[in-house]
Each structure stands twice: as C-alpha cells, then as structure tokens.
Design a protein around this ligand. Structure first.
Ligand SMILES: Nc1ncnc2c1ncn2[C@@H]1O[C@H](COP(=O)(O)OP(=O)(O)OP(=O)(O)O)[C@@H](O)[C@H]1O
Length: 250
C-alpha cells in the first residue's frame, strides 16, 4: 500500500469541507476522485500533499506520516499538478528541470538532463523547449506542468483536473501518458476530473465524493447510473460502445 488516508477531516475557518475520509491506494493504481464543484476534491489533494493541514486523521505515504517528512522527501514521494500554475518567467526546459530539484545537490547531472528531455518528449513539447512559459497557450502550459511532475519521479502523482485546458486529442494523450507512467514506473496516481468518460478511460478505481464525504469507492462496479445520478443530480444511462463504458446524460 503506497498511500493510506484514515479518518481525514478538514475545515476552512468558515466551514467544514471534508468529513471522515478513509481510503488507500496500491502501487500501480490510478484513482479518479469525482464529484460536483466545491465538494472538496482539490482540498483533499492539498491535505494529502500537506499544503493544508487536516484537523483530524492521518495521511501515510509508504507507511510514513506526511507531517513527519521534510520538504525534499515529500517531493520525492508526491508530485502535485494543481489547477493554478506558477507565473515565474522561465523557459519550458527550465520549468521542467525544477521537477529535478529534490534530487539536485550541487550541480545538475547528466541524468537530470536526460530525465527532463524524456519528460519534454513524452508530452510532445520539444519544439517549445526554449520558449518562455508566458508565451504558451493554456493547454501547452498545462502539459509543461505535467512534464515537470513526471521529471520529479515521485511515487504518487496527483493531478487536479489535468485535462481541463486540453483539446480532445491532447486530453486522450495526457490520459494515456498518465496511465502508462503509472504502469511502467509502478507508481500511483490520484486524479480529480470532471469528465466522467475520461475518468472511465483512465482509472482503475473511483472515489465518488458528495458533500465532502465518500459516497462510494471501489472499482468499475461503483460507476452505476444510480450512484452517478445521486452524486451529480443528473439522470444518466451507462452504455457500452466499442466495448467501452460510456456515461450518457439523459
Ligand atoms: N482557501 C479557501 N478558503 C475558504 N474556503 C475555500 C478555500 N478553498 C476552497 N474553499 C471552499 O471549500 C469547498 C471545497 O473546495 P474545493 O476547491 O476543494 O472543491 P472541488 O471539489 O475541488 O471543486 P471544483 O470541482 O470546482 O474544483 C468549496 O466550498 C470552496 O468554496
């Protein structure tokens, strides 16, 4: 088990957001965190990555409490791609190189450069490598930030809406990159995503959040029309197309 969240509760000063959240993830698993706007998906990722401190509960990564890890060890374990991006004026290459920061002691090594090149190549960003990130489109920048997280080589990759600025082709590419990286590197991913059909392509397991609580969690068997309707308040049908499950709002 690479990640274990037990009895997590989190409130902002004005209101309670997460209640009694418990789940665990094994190596090689890709988990989609689903739920309506404002239900607490990003807050959950931030609690796991220690950006926010839960009032109750624990988060163990590799059996170690995240609260006890120093910043470098945390960054070697968890890579986080948030919904908001940095605004420093750096090139694409240098931005992705920042992902290697936890490993660089004095000088950047050949291996760091190789890993950065590989991440840039995986996201198809070679032609932008020397461009400043404020000269990119929203989707291109999103891919740069994903490349930086891959270069970080963490054990758990967390993505907050990784496909939100991407066109259809890039959405599918990014989903496949995440799936392949998880399987090939034997790591895990936690992904918040609004598009249920992309979630079905991506994930091995699902967590349906409703009003800050886990409404259902598990494999494909929990992605029923009843559960989806209950969480999103929209009637849906689940159909099979080309041997793939699709969610169709009705
Ligand atoms: N910094 C903050 N201070 C106070 N309340 C906040 C803060 N950030 C988020 N919230 C509130 O906490 C709740 C959960 O927000 P969160 O961003 O985790 O939801 P989400 O499920 O990720 O939503 P979305 O799908 O819209 O991104 C919302 O009611 C939101 O308004």
């Amino acid at each position: 088990m690479i990640l274990s969240v037990q009895g997590l509760e989190f409130s902002y000063p004005s209101h309670e957001v997460l209640k009694d959240i418990s789940f665990s993830i094994d190596t090689g698993e890709c988990i989609a965190i689903l739920g309506t706007n404002g239900t607490g998906k990003s807050t959950l990722l931030k609690c796991i990555n220690r950006i926010l401190r839960p009032q109750k509960g624990s988060v163990l990564v590799d059996k170690t409490d995240v609260q006890k890890l120093n910043q470098v060890d945390l960054a070697k374990r968890i890579g986080y791609v948030s919904q908001t991006n940095q605004s420093f004026r750096t090139t694409v290459f240098d931005t992705v190189l920042i992902g290697r920061k936890p490993y660089i002691k004095w000088d950047v090594k050949e291996e760091d450069l190789r890993i950065v090149d590989k991440a840039i190549e995986m996201l198809g960003l070679q032609k932008y490598s020397l461009r400043y990130i404020d000269e990119l489109s929203g989707g291109e920048l999103q891919k740069v930030i994903i490349a930086r997280a891959l270069a970080q080589e963490p054990k758990i990759l967390m993505f907050d809406e990784p496909t939100s600025s991407l066109d259809l082709k890039n959405q599918l590419e990014v989903i496949n990159i995440i799936k392949n990286v998880v399987k090939n590197r034997k790591i895990s991913a936690l992904v918040t995503i609004h598009d249920l059909n992309l979630a079905l392509r991506l994930a091995d397991k699902y967590i349906l959040l409703k009003k800050g609580k886990i409404f259902a969690a598990g494999g494909i068997e929990i992605m029923t029309s009843e559960n989806i309707e209950s969480v999103y308040s929209v009637p849906v049908e689940i159909e099979k197309m080309n041997s793939r499950m699709v969610v169709v709002p009705i």
